[in-house]
Design a protein around this ligand. Structure first.
Ligand code: ADP
Length: 658
């Protein structure tokens, strides 16, 4: 037997002990009274002569009723011994539980038996009063045994299995003695043996169940045979036609023996009539063994089903564990939600990263509804640092094809985002690098004029002939122009994200024209900006919108022939689904983008420009920014050249930019 773990003290121990002591006390008092009073045989059938016993009946019944009510009200587990799945033989804790339950049931049986015996003697007068003493002694012996069983369990819980065996053996022996004193083969309570057969069949093994059935049968058959062959006396139940006292019984037996068989009017009882006794013994064997057979067959099937269920659960747990370690190794967070968004499984990483729960559940609900896979980005501040998370939410279907679960996969894209931000910054610097000569030229012009004016002034001997105020005003205008150019340039190359704000397209176009005009002029290109009336404001990071337009305008200028035209437009747009957008168009009259490479041009590092001139980053960065802002970008073949269209969501409160 594997070593048993020390059982947790059962909450039933205390009430069980109290009930046991009460039952024992009642039995002691009853027996004491009976022993003092036993010579008063004539009063046996007079209920008034036994008020004490009636009080005892009442007390014992009350104790039974109260203990049952208490157990039921507390929903006490001891009333229902052990759940089926706890019945693995290896679980010694559950055997201890079973012993506790047996102890409790034995107290209950003692109390019920006491009440039954007193009722049988005093109320229905089916049992001779003389039998009360031996029955009470037997019950007291059972009570004493139960007290010592309790003690045994307390001291040696590891022997629980042995205790079950000993207790059952004692129970069967006591039951046989009780049946012997209360009618023997006549007693219908001989069916009580079945109780142990059923219990052992349910809670113990097939072998033990048959052993209990055979022991029960042996004891019953032995008792019946001993009564039949008059090795012991037979005490009848008075509903049967038989001698009513021990003395009469003795006399009838002698007469029966002397007469060499029973005669008319002779009160020889069925217990002495061998065909009846044999058939009764046979019947008992049939009942006990068929019960053992049925109960063990049912239990074997249940256990097999349980084992199969357990195997399946183990396999499921194993599969889950495997999935968990795969997800863990992949460094991802995973969550599985059932119908009603009930969490089925969440891995520790998902919990640790804890993106905003309300938001992620909302996405899950939408996916469960339309079964569309969603890829969303979230920021988490877990662990004191900002983490960028990409979450893929997809629906899982059951065998019938109906969506029943949602899986959310969380990936840390912080490193990717940082790299992208760096690439984006590099992209900006690259653009500025390409425009450097024109910007230098743009700054050089006012600086040159400024310098010329200053030199002229310095050469003057007499400032009286110059309008100094006018001169200084012109010079200030020139420095202002330089300041605007450098400020726009610095604003453009600044790295990092800025908070969302409402963006007026006229202002964006102004900044772009400050940066690009000189470059366009240098290439002989006519760069035009138009904002249609009623153009709504956009919402986003102004630096990002500038960056998109700058990339597109740079490409357009690159593609346009000398004397070409690049048109940048903004206006409101309503698509086929009726959704309103802010539309930006950058159109040139260059060669256009060949249809074959219309998708590829948005891939990172795709460029057709010579080394040193193209990085292949401009369009990929532009597309990412547009998508992050909930918009879309596409290239269409223009009338001539290429036409890039960008749709951005309108700012919440609409405002025209003109
Ligand atoms: P880069 O300009 O550094 O090559 P981009 O991502 O901005 O990188 O552009 C990728 C490619 O897309 C360019 O190399 C070019 O082949 C094509 N392209 C972009 N804009 C235009 C345009 N307006 N006309 C024709 N081709 C274009």
């Amino acid at each position: 037997m594997p070593p048993a773990s020390t059982p947790t003290p059962s909450p039933a121990a205390e009430p069980s002990r109290a009930a046991g002591l009460t039952v024992t006390l009642v039995l002691v008092l009853l027996l004491g009274y009976e022993l003092l009073d036993h010579h008063d045989a004539g009063a046996a059938h007079d209920p008034t002569a036994a008020p004490f016993r009636l009080i005892a009946v009442f007390l014992a019944s009350a104790a039974v009723a109260l203990s049952i009510a208490w157990t039921a009200l507390r929903g006490h587990p001891t009333l229902f011994p052990v759940r089926l799945q706890d019945q693995r033989p290896s679980r010694s804790g559950s055997v201890v539980h079973l012993v506790q339950w047996l102890l409790w049931m034995r107290w209950l049986a003692c109390a019920i038996a006491t009440v039954l015996v007193l009722l049988t003697v005093d109320v229905v007068h089916m049992l001779q009063r003389e039998l009360l003493s031996p029955i009470l002694v037997t019950l007291l012996a059972l009570a004493a045994a139960n007290l010592s069983f309790e003690e045994w369990l307390k001291r040696a819980p590891r022997d629980a299995r042995l205790q079950v065996g000993v207790q059952m053996a004692v129970d069967l022996a006591v039951l046989t003695v009780l049946i012997h004193y209360s009618g023997g083969v006549e007693n219908p309570l001989s069916l009580l043996y079945l109780f142990h057969v059923i219990i052992s069949g349910i809670l113990l093994s097939r072998k033990v169940c048959y052993l209990v059935a055979l022991t029960s049968f042996g004891l019953f058959a032995g008792m019946a045979a001993m009564e039949l062959y008059e090795v012991t006396a037979h005490y009848t139940l008075e509903i049967f036609p038989h001698s009513s006292t021990v003395e009469e019984h003795g006399a009838a037996r002698t007469a029966h023996a002397a007469g060499g068989g029973h005669q008319e009017g002779d009160a020889v009882h069925a217990a002495h009539f061998s065909p009846y006794v044999y058939s009764r013994i046979f019947l008992q064997a049939v009942i006990l063994l068929t019960t053992a057979y049925f109960i063990t067959t049912i239990m074997d099937r249940l256990r097999a089903e349980e084992a199969a269920a357990r195997r399946m659960a183990d396999q499921e747990a194993e599969a889950r564990e495997r999935l968990e370690s795969v997800v863990e190794a992949a460094g991802a967070g995973l969550r599985l939600l059932g119908m009603g968004l009930r969490p089925i499984w969440t891995n520790p990483r998902f919990t640790a990263w804890s993106p905003a729960d309300a938001e992620t559940r909302q996405i899950a609900a939408a996916t469960l509804e339309d079964q569309e896979t969603r890829v969303t980005e979230h920021a988490s501040q877990a662990g004191g640092r900002t983490r960028y998370l990409e979450m893929t939410t997809s629906a899982m279907r059951d065998a019938g094809g109906a969506p029943h679960q949602v899986v959310q996969l969380l990936q840390d894209v912080t490193a990717k985002r940082t790299a992208e931000a760096e690439a984006s910054h590099a992209g900006k610097l690259a653009a500025v690098g390409r425009m450097a000569s024109s910007i230098a030229h743009e700054i050089n012009n006012p600086v040159g004029i400024l310098s010329a004016r200053l030199h002229l002034l310095l050469r003057k001997k007499d400032f009286g002939e110059v309008d100094l105020r006018e001169e200084l005003g012109k010079m200030t205008a020139l420095t202002d122009r330089i300041t605007v150019i450098t400020r726009t340039l610095l604003g453009h190359v600044r790295s990092g994200k800025r908070p969302r704000e409402k963006i007026l397209l006229s202002q964006v176009f102004e900044r772009i024209s400050i940066l690009m005009d000189a470059w366009a002029k240098q290439k002989g290109i006519d760069l035009r900006f138009t904002v249609a009336p009623g153009t709504p404001a956009a919402s986003g990071d102004p630096g990002e919108i500038d960056q998109i337009l700058l990339n597109l305008v740079l490409n357009a200028i690159d593609a346009s022939p000398v004397d070409g035209t690049v048109v940048v437009q903004a206006g409101a747009h309503r698509d086929a689904e009726g959704q309103r957008w802010l539309r930006l168009i950058v159109e040139d009259d260059g060669p256009g983008v060949p249809a074959a490479s219309r998708e590829r041009i948005f891939e990172p590092f795709f460029t057709t420009k010579p080394v040193g001139k193209g990085t292949g980053l401009g369009l990929s960065i532009s597309r990412r920014i547009v998508q992050e802002n909930g918009g879309r970008i596409r290239v269409v073949g223009g009338a001539v050249g290429a036409r890039f269209e960008i749709d951005l969501p309108q700012a919440p409160e609409e405002g025209a930019t003109r």
